[in-house]
Design a protein around this ligand. Structure first.
Ligand SMILES: *Cc1c(COP(=O)(O)O)cnc(C)c1O
Length: 765
């Protein structure tokens, strides 16, 4: 839609010159993907004011803003000035909805909306193009974004409407204007905001006020999932689907994913993390999950639960119900956190589980109950306000005397070193794969995401991206090696992905369509000579364009390739040939699309060696972590691997040290044991005097074989060394490159080998 059309639809005053085509609507600045065709609505919400992000988005390339107060410093941008930005967003959705005359299914009710929506989608999508609310976009902001997804291909639409207060439904109704109503039933959720169940029902029913037909869940069917299936079947019948097909598709419905995370914790605990929502039915689902999980005998089942907020049920009734669940689902230790639970502790008087109560999370975390948690399966379930992520984080913590010290300031120095080769407009993709080359992806990403010119972060697999998202990283993230089994993680965490083959492309399109994704940015890899992964730039482009144009789930955001030998002058001729092949493929691909597809080819060495080939973006890896990929010299050192001396032995010359008596001595020696071994990533090739570490800045060679968790070093010539003293395994004075030469490998391997049990400690110089 053009900006002048939008302005007249929503009654906005246009401030600024020119017009733009708008394809994407953005309300959360963290989700920005396509700045050139994005319009940002600066909304006031409980959590903040969108106007605060306008300038930042402008710098990231957005040129169209809907605002209720103007800014002066947006040269060349358009501001649509309105009284109320949320009203404008909803008005735009209403007008957009009115331009479609297709069946629109509107779903509301207390429970099961998302399940019914997803199942209806599964049943209808083999026959027609279905547009539906992504995930559970059912709010005052979610519904307009859902409706905006309607496009000329849509043949039927399914939208969810969710309310928590009186007066909210009529605006949702105007945007959805359902022609088929689905009511999933009435439950206790949000009852505190309504006087009676009838009042709540009446509010919800407003969705269907102009709707010729409404299907309502049959309360007589007890099993919730059966009830949802029956509803779906009735809607499909109404749409003319034959009974055979309905039965066949019902039998193949796939469960809609729940959000439970299972993690290994310390002291042999397993953590089940479900801090997503806190109500009775999701508690029951989570308890059931814990109860059924196969596990060793004798492990106790622990539930840590916060007050359940906003249930609308009187406390005594609510927690009596919780107590019954605790009893029937076999919980052995119950921890209740919150004032309400404390005051209702008598509800738990009769349960078998050992119960304790704390007023808040912090008090619990300082209690002996918390310190003594071990060998248990722990379900952590609490409302956001209780910050239960503090509990899960502490339970996940690992302790070890060996540390990898990471200087985040040095990461920034190195970034700036590479920026000096680049034009100010070239974007940098920072490679934080392999846990940021061993340095720790989360902290490195936090440091990088606010740096100038950093356009993207890149990880190897989807789980690495999910981890970053869960730790608050909002920058765009590219997953370089998506696994077929990880697509839902990509969707859930808003990750972009590399696509290198038709097989991967087809699978991704299929999965994205199922998940209701549209416009997911992807990055097309071309194989120009590495012969590892990628499309053939000479042959594959026409078929690739055709496949991409036949769908709307994915959008090509960039096209890229990889030099095989940018680190060495010896391959310059081949690098030039790779570059030619790349341009050939990228040019053809670009001709298939009207939006600009970004191009990138240089890695760290490439940035230095071929700055003229920087194009739109570059991919910076090793250099960030302090090693110059052209000559292996240290830039600003980032990672320092350190440990301490555990014990010192005076060993006579005729004795030996370590396994298989390999540590032979040429003199009476002082031998120190240090708590690091090959399981920490210390290469066994370093043993038997092949390499050394530093104690008080002096060389201490490894003696004998490196063991799994410990090794021995010779400190005979370092008389000042004491037990407890620090030992440096690599860092500024002993570079990973030097060790790599000894082990016959490359510094990348030395850095990425430091195992995850080595604690990372961060500092900013
Ligand atoms: C890892 C990686 C890089 C970064 O390479 P460095 O040599 O570490 O700079 C660039 N591109 C791709 C595709 C990669 O996988």
């Amino acid at each position: 839609m053009r900006t002048d059309t939008i302005a007249s639809l929503v009654g906005a005053q246009i401030v600024g010159e020119g017009t733009y085509d708008v394809e994407w609507i953005l309300t959360d600045s963290r989700s920005l993907c396509f700045p050139e065709t994005t319009m940002f609505f600066a909304l006031h919400t409980e959590r903040g004011d969108g106007h605060r992000y306008v300038r930042d988005l402008y710098e990231r390339g957005v040129r169209v803003f809907v605002v209720s107060s103007l800014r002066k410093d947006l040269h060349g941008a358009i501001q649509l000035l309105v009284q109320d930005t949320l009203c404008a967003l909803q008005r735009l959705a209403e007008r957009h909805r009115e331009s479609f005359s297709i069946p629109v299914i509107g779903i509301t009710g207390s429970n099961g909306k998302t399940v019914v929506k997803e199942w209806l989608y599964q049943m209808l999508s083999p026959d027609m193009t279905v547009t539906r609310s992504p995930r559970s976009y059912n709010s005052q902001i979610g519904v307009p974004l859902s409706v905006w997804a309607l496009n000329e291909k849509s043949e039927v639409a399914i939208f969810e409407a969710g309310i928590s207060m009186p007066g909210e439904m009529s605006s949702l109704q105007r945007m959805i204007q359902p022609t088929i109503g689905v009511f999933t039933g009435l439950g206790p959720a949000h009852q505190e905001n309504f006087q009676t169940m009838e009042q709540k029902r009446a509010e919800k029913m407003l969705l269907f006020m102009d709707c010729p037909i409404v299907f309502e869940a049959d309360e007589a069917v007890e099993d919730a999932l059966e009830r949802d299936k029956e509803l779906c079947a009735r809607v499909c019948r109404h749409l003319g689907m034959s009974e055979n097909v309905i039965q066949e598709r019902l039998s193949r419905l796939e469960p809609v994913a729940m959000r439970l995370e299972v993690k290994q914790g310390r002291h042999s605990c397993t953590l089940i993390n479900d801090t997503y929502n806190s109500d009775l039915s999701s508690l029951d689902i989570a308890l059931d999950f814990m109860n059924r999980r196969p596990d060793r005998k004798g492990r106790s089942r622990v539930l840590i639960l916060s007050d359940i907020l906003q249930s609308g049920t009187p406390s005594s009734e609510l927690y009596a119900h919780v107590a019954r669940l605790v009893e029937s689902r076999g919980v052995e230790v119950f921890v209740g956190i919150g004032e309400e639970l404390m005051s209702q502790s008598q509800c738990f008087a009769k349960v078998q589980a050992r119960c304790s109560f704390y007023p808040d999370t912090d008090t619990f975390m300082h209690s002996p109950d918390f310190a003594s948690l071990r060998d248990s399966m722990v379900l952590v379930k609490g409302a956001r306000a209780f910050h239960f992520d503090d509990i899960t984080e502490a339970l996940e913590q690992k302790v070890h005397e060996t540390i990898l010290e990471v200087n985040l300031g040095a990461v920034v120095d190195n970034l700036n070193y590479y920026r000096s080769f680049l034009n100010p407009t070239t974007r940098i993709i920072c490679m934080v794969k392999a846990d940021a080359y061993g340095a720790g992806a989360v902290e490195v990403a936090k440091t990088l995401q606010s740096q100038p010119q950093v356009g993207y972060l890149a990880v190897a697999v989807a789980d690495e991206g999910a981890l970053l998202r869960s730790q608050g990283i909002t920058k765009n993230i590219i997953v370089m090696n998506p696994e077929m089994s990880s697509f839902n993680t990509l969707f859930e965490y808003n990750l972009e992905t590399e696509v290198y083959s038709f097989r991967l492309l087809d699978a991704l399109i299929h999965a994205a369509e199922r998940a209701g994704i549209t416009g997911m940015p992807i990055h097309i890899k071309l194989d120009t000579g590495m012969h590892r992964l990628g499309f053939d730039p000479m042959k594959d482009m026409p078929a690739l364009i055709e496949r991409l144009k036949s769908q709307t789930a994915l959008v090509p955001r960039s096209v890229f390739s990889h030099f095989v030998g940018s680190d060495s002058d010896g391959f310059d001729e081949f690098s030039a040939e790779q570059y030619r092949r790349f341009l050939h493929g990228a040019d053809i691909l670009q001709k298939g699309f009207s939006h600009h597809i970004l191009r990138h080819m240089c890695n760290s060495a490439g940035i230095e060696h071929f700055p003229e080939r920087q194009m739109d973006m570059v991919r910076l890896g090793l250099g960030l972590y302090g090693i110059n990929a052209r000559n292996n010299e240290l830039l600003s050192n980032v990672s320092t691997l350190k440990t301490t001396i555990l014990q010192i032995h005076d060993v006579p010359q005729d004795e030996t040290v370590g396994y298989s008596r390999r540590g032979k001595l040429s003199r009476d020696s002082r031998i120190a044991s240090i708590p690091i071994g090959y399981a920490d990533g210390l290469d066994r090739l370093f043993g038997n005097g092949n390499a050394y570490c530093l104690v008080h800045g002096k060389k201490a060679p490894y003696v004998g074989n490196i063991c799994m968790d410990v090794c021995m070093i010779d400190i005979t010539d370092i008389p000042e060394a004491q037990e407890g003293d620090q030992v440096l395994l690599f860092g500024n004075e002993l570079s990973p490159s030097a060790l790599a030469d000894i082990a016959g490998t490359i510094p990348y391997e030395i850095l990425t080998s430091v195992s995850s049990r080595v604690k990372r400690v961060y500092y900013h110089e």
